[in-house]
Design a protein around this ligand. Structure first.
Ligand code: ASP
Length: 314
C-alpha cells in the first residue's frame, strides 16, 4: 500500500501580505485547513483519491471566500456561471461542466457527468437539465450573493474590464490581477491519483466565456503514469498552453520529474506568453509541487504521517 498525500489551492494572483488583514488571512487559512482535512479523512480511511479531491473541492465551493460554488464571481449580467472538472488517473475517465447556474456543488455535477453519462463535458442549460435528472442539489440566486463580489462587478463595469479576482475587495488596483479558482490533487493508498478544479471564472465575463477550469488537459488532468494537476490563473493562457497535459507529457515523453515538468511549464512556457497563475501537482509516488508565477497562491499540502502545510505568499 502506498502512502497517501493531498494538495489543494484556493486561487493564485497578486496576493500581498501588505493588503491582507490578520483576520482575513486567518479566515483563508481556516478555509484551506477545513478543505484539506475533508480530503484527508477519506484518504486516511483507505478511501479513493477521487472521493478525496471531490470532498476538498466541495468544502472550498461551500466557503464564500473562494471563487467557486457559493463565492463565485458575477458575470456581466449579474449571474454566477460555474465551471468544474474532475479526472481519475487509473482509468483516465473525466467529467466536466461549463457555464452552469445555481448548482450548489459543480464539482459533484462534473463527477456525475463522468460516472452517469456517456459524455465528458456538458454546458449551460443542457448541463442543468442533466443535473435535474440526477437530483443534483440546486440553490437559489441569494445563496450565491456575496456583497463584495457584487461590488467587484460594479468596479469592473466602470472600465469594462474583466477581473480575475477572488479577494472580495472591489477597489484595489492589485485586485485586477488576482485569480480565483479552487482545486485539489491527491494520491490514495491504492496508488491512484486524481484531480479536481472548480471556479466562477472571471468577474464581468460575457458571452458564455469559459476558462481552463472545465477543460480536461488545460486546467485539470490526471494519469497514474505521470501526474495529477489542478490549475488556477488566467484561463485563456492556460488553455493555449494546454498546461495540465503538457506537464504530464513532459514526464511521459521526455522523462522529466514532476518538479522539472512543473518548472518548465509554469516558470518558462507560461511566462513567455504572459500567462499568470499556478497549480497544484502530485505524482503516483506522492511527490507534491505547488508552483506559481504570480505573487501568491492560496495553497495547502499534506503527506501521510506529516502535518498540514498552509501557505499564501511567495
Ligand atoms: N482559471 C480560471 C479561469 O480562467 C480563473 C482562475 O483560476 O482564477 O476561469
Amino acid at each position: 500500500m502506498s502512502k497517501y498525500a493531498i494538495a489543494i489551492h484556493g486561487g493564485a494572483g497578486t496576493i500581498l501580505k501588505s493588503l491582507m488583514t490578520p483576520e482575513k488571512e486567518s479566515q483563508y487559512r481556516q478555509g484551506l485547513k477545513d478543505a484539506i482535512e475533508a480530503g484527508e479523512v477519506i484518504l486516511k480511511n483507505n478511501g479513493s483519491s477521487l472521493d478525496a479531491v471531490e470532498a476538498a473541492v466541495r468544502s472550498l465551493e461551500n466557503n464564500p471566500l473562494f471563487n467557486a460554488g457559493r463565492g463565485a464571481v458575477f458575470t456581466n449580467d449579474g449571474k454566477n456561471e460555474l465551471d468544474a472538472s474532475i479526472m481519475r488517473g487509473d482509468t483516465l475517465e473525466a467529467g466536466a461542466v461549463a457555464g452552469v447556474k445555481n448548482v450548489k456543488n459543480p464539482i459533484s455535477l462534473a463527477r456525475a457527468i463522468m460516472e452517469k453519462s456517456e459524455h465528458v463535458l456538458m454546458c449551460g442549460e443542457g448541463a442543468a437539465k442533466f443535473a435535474k435528472s440526477i437530483e443534483t442539489e440546486f440553490a437559489d440566486d441569494s445563496y450565491f450573493f456575496v456583497q463584495a463580489r457584487f461590488d467587484q462587478l460594479q468596479e469592473a463595469k466602470k472600465t469594462d474590464g474583466v477581473f480575475l479576482d477572488h479577494s472580495g475587495e472591489a477597489n484595489a488596483e492589485e485586485n485586477k490581477k488576482k485569480f480565483g479558482t479552487v482545486g485539489a490533487v491527491a494520491l490514495d493508498v491504492h496508488g491512484t491519483i486524481a484531480a479536481a478544479t472548480s471556479t466562477g471564472g472571471m468577474t464581468n465575463k460575457k458571452f458564455g466565456r469559459a476558462g481552463d477550469s472545465p477543460i480536461i488537459g488545460a486546467g485539470t488532468y490526471a494519469n497514474n503514469n505521470t501526474c495529477a494537476i489542478s490549475c488556477t490563473g488566467h484561463g485563456e493562457f492556460f488553455i493555449r498552453s494546454v498546461v495540465a497535459y503538457d506537464i504530464s507529457c513532459l514526464m511521459e515523453y521526455k522523462g522529466l520529474s514532476l518538479k522539472e515538468a512543473c518548472d518548465e511549464v509554469v516558470h518558462k512556457k507560461l511566462v513567455k506568453i504572459g500567462g499568470e497563475g499556478g497549480l497544484v501537482a502530485i505524482d503516483a509516488k506522492g511527490n507534491i509541487e505547488l508552483p506559481f508565477n504570480s505573487e501568491g497562491m492560496y495553497r495547502a499540502s499534506l503527506k501521510d504521517g506529516e502535518g498540514i502545510e498552509i501557505m499564501i505568499y511567495k
